[in-house]
Design a protein around this ligand. Structure first.
Ligand code: 7PJ
Length: 278
């Protein structure tokens, strides 16, 4: 699949390394910031270089915390956080840069700064987002989320989680088509932890092959998430092995791209898998 000027072979699972530019990320918040809270570009580039050495195939840059309960960030604040980071990475490294955003203005500015993928947890439902992606010609990941981060974990309910997520993704693929974004540029994501109970997450995970049938590559993020914490009864700092185990199971179910924090460990697991599976 084409990601800007990069061609990725999705027949073997690819690793998307998470780079958080928010000071309040639940898993690695603030590590790229100075003590007075400024994002340091030199630290960002160092972190990216490490992730590339460890085996990342894509770098995902996020400027808005979407963890449960997080409040939305202002557009200009998101622009200010994300655009210089995208530009610096795209300029320095030969790697597709993905941008975790829902905002039309950020989509356009990130594309101008050299982004290769738009990763939208709101599946282009914000005003102008469909048109912005269509304009840029970039591929997009459409993720399912019930509600907004602020209230999404308050008693989420579904008629049937698989049917509901599938119907949502089909509707968003149709909306993309109507806006001039062809399906060849679309990845889909059931959105683990976004308005879902542990039972919902597990049922979705078991049924990933069902979503595979929609005919678009699957991208998922389970890394360090509360579903793993709930299964293992462990805090965020002790969820790496569980995350890698889940990444392996996802790869086995045909997932094309894994969004992860622990690039090195995931890359080791995938190398073993590729050697065995050929
Ligand atoms: C996801 C994401 C995910 C996609 C986040 C976290 C929360 N983008 N951005 N899929 N999660 N496509 O990393 O735990 O699951 S932010």
């Amino acid at each position: 699949m084409q990601f800007g000027r990069f061609l990725l072979d999705l027949n073997t699972p690819k690793i998307m390394g998470v780079l958080n530019t928010t000071p309040d990320s639940f898993s690695d918040g603030g590590s790229l910031h100075t003590r007075d809270g400024r994002l340091e570009i030199s630290r960002v580039l160092q972190r990216v270089e490490t992730m590339l050495e460890e085996g990342a195939d894509i770098i995902d840059v996020g400027g808005e915390s979407t963890r449960p309960g997080a409040t939305a960030v202002a557009e200009d604040e998101e622009l200010r956080r994300v655009v210089p980071v995208v530009a610096a990475i795209a300029h320095r490294f030969d790697v597709p840069v993905s941008v975790d955003t829902s905002t039309a203005q950020v989509i356009q500015a990130a594309a101008d700064a050299g982004a290769s993928l738009i990763n939208d947890v709101r599946a282009l439902r914000r005003p102008g987002a469909l048109e912005a992606v269509a304009n840029t010609g970039l591929p997009v990941c459409l993720m399912h989320m019930a509600g907004e981060p602020e209230g999404m974990q308050d008693n989420p309910e579904y008629r049937n989680i698989i049917d509901d997520v599938r119907a949502f993704l089909l509707e968003r693929i149709a909306a993309c088509d109507a806006a001039g974004i062809p399906s060849e540029r679309i990845l889909i994501d059931p959105g683990f932890g976004f308005g879902k109970t542990l039972a919902h997450n597990l049922e979705l995970f078991r049924n990933l092959p069902e979503l595979q049938k929609l005919g678009r590559p699957l991208l998922i993020g389970v890394s360090r998430k509360s579903m793993i914490g709930a299964i293992l009864d462990k805090p965020v700092s002790q969820r790496m092995v569980g995350s890698v185990a889940m990444a392996m199971l996802a790869a086995q179910r045909g997932v094309a791209i894994l969004r992860v924090h622990d690039v090195s460990a995931t890359a080791d697991a995938f190398r073993i898998r590729n050697m065995i599976e050929g």
